[in-house]
Design a protein around this ligand. Structure first.
Ligand code: NAD
Length: 329
């Protein structure tokens, strides 16, 4: 058996973590031979709830789970971690403006970036889930200059999974038959779910669906507003599907993508496709066996796609500037 992988999950007493921890601790993400040391961070007021989560993890009797460390101490939480799954954030309350939420949450991610810089392993891999996920990841990266920028990502796999499932349902096939859907940009309602290069059983999705109007309107807006639709129905935000998407993201990052396939992740832009350098922007990536990813290059971008990609970039630039102003105040 190899050395345990030290995995931190923040927001560990929350609802996404409740759906996520079992899969990580069971070996579904990092592999059936990789022992896991699980560090669980939440705020002091949630320590009672977290105690219950720890009891349940113990009661699962999972052979790979060698250690569980519940804590509200940020320096202890980030110490020597290999993976940081940053879920914990303040939820949006009724009447709260998006910019107020951003202000509250980027401060959390500034502090966690500093903790990563100071305490985590230098090759730590970070996935930010707490919203606004792209901008929080940007701030985290900024305040952890000793860690390579490519080690910071944010979750847009849930959006990819939603898009893939919408196409599969429209045609009446399994979601695994739909490949290479792309999510461009922000994990928000400006994101651009793009099926121009996607395939269905090897044929172009556009040729199989044969309904440009549906693709450009209903499909895109269904994916963009799916999170809000789940909140409206459940009175709580997506948790089971978010946890599954986190597992998909991490599993692919650690084990690689199959030949000819790509996945979407929020990553640091290198300027590809005219996206401002340094932004955390969702793009299609291929991942090799060595856990390094590369942006898929050379995809054709038509005028429709260009305008959607620019609109979501504009929102990310505005968020970034507001976040920097908050952090530097
Ligand atoms: P939740 O409210 O159930 O849980 C959040 C947990 O984070 C709570 O236990 C809270 O105490 C904790 N927390 C707050 N501040 C913290 C801090 N400074 N350090 C550590 N823990 C802290 O929320 P949830 O449903 O689990 O969602 C968590 C986040 O994920 C939200 O921001 C949500 O909007 C976001 N989300 C993102 C995606 C995505 O695809 N990127 C999808 C779904 C939800």
């Amino acid at each position: 058996m190899s050395k345990p992988l030290r995995v931190l999950v923040t927001g560990a007493a929350g609802q996404i973590a409740y759906s996520l921890l079992y899969s990580i601790a069971k070996g579904d993400v990092f592999g059936p031979d990789r022992p896991i040391s699980l560090v669980l961070l939440d705020i002091e007021a949630m320590m009672g709830v977290l105690k219950g989560v720890v009891m349940e993890l113990i009661d699962c009797a999972l052979p790979l789970l060698t250690e569980i460390i519940p804590t509200s101490d940020i320096s202890m939480a980030f110490k020597d971690i290999d993976v940081g799954v940053l879920v914990g954030a303040m939820p949006r309350r009724e009447g709260m403006e998006r910019k107020d939420l951003l202000k509250a949450n980027v401060k959390i991610f500034k502090q966690q970036g500093q903790a990563l810089d100071q305490f985590a392993k230098k090759n730590v891999k970070v996935i930010v889930v707490g919203n606004p996920a792209n901008t929080n990841a940007f701030i985290c990266k900024k305040y952890a200059p000793s860690i390579p920028p490519q080690n910071f990502t944010c979750l847009t796999r849930l959006d990819q999974n939603r898009a893939q499932s919408q196409i599969a349902a429209r045609v009446g096939v399994s979601c695994q038959d739909v490949k290479n859907v792309i999510i461009w940009g922000n994990h928000s309602s400006t994101q651009f779910p793009d099926v121009t290069h996607a395939t269905l059983k090897g044929k172009p999705v556009l040729e199989v669906v044969k309904d440009d109007n549906w693709i450009k309107n209903e499909f895109i807006s269904t994916v963009q507003t799916r999170g809000a639709a789940v909140i409206a129905a459940r009175k709580l935000s997506s948790a089971m599907s978010a946890a599954k998407a986190i597992c998909d993201h991490l599993k692919d990052w650690f084990h690689g993508t199959p030949d000819g396939q790509w996945v979407s992740m929020g990553i640091t832009s290198d300027g590809s496709y005219g996206i401002e350098k340094g932004l955390i922007y969702s793009m299609p990536v291929k991942i090799g066996a060595g856990q390094e990813y590369t942006i898929v290059q050379g995809l054709s971008i038509d005028d429709f796609a260009r305008s959607k990609m620019d609109a979501t970039m504009k929102e990310l630039i505005e968020e970034r500037d507001a976040a920097l102003q908050t952090c530097e105040a």
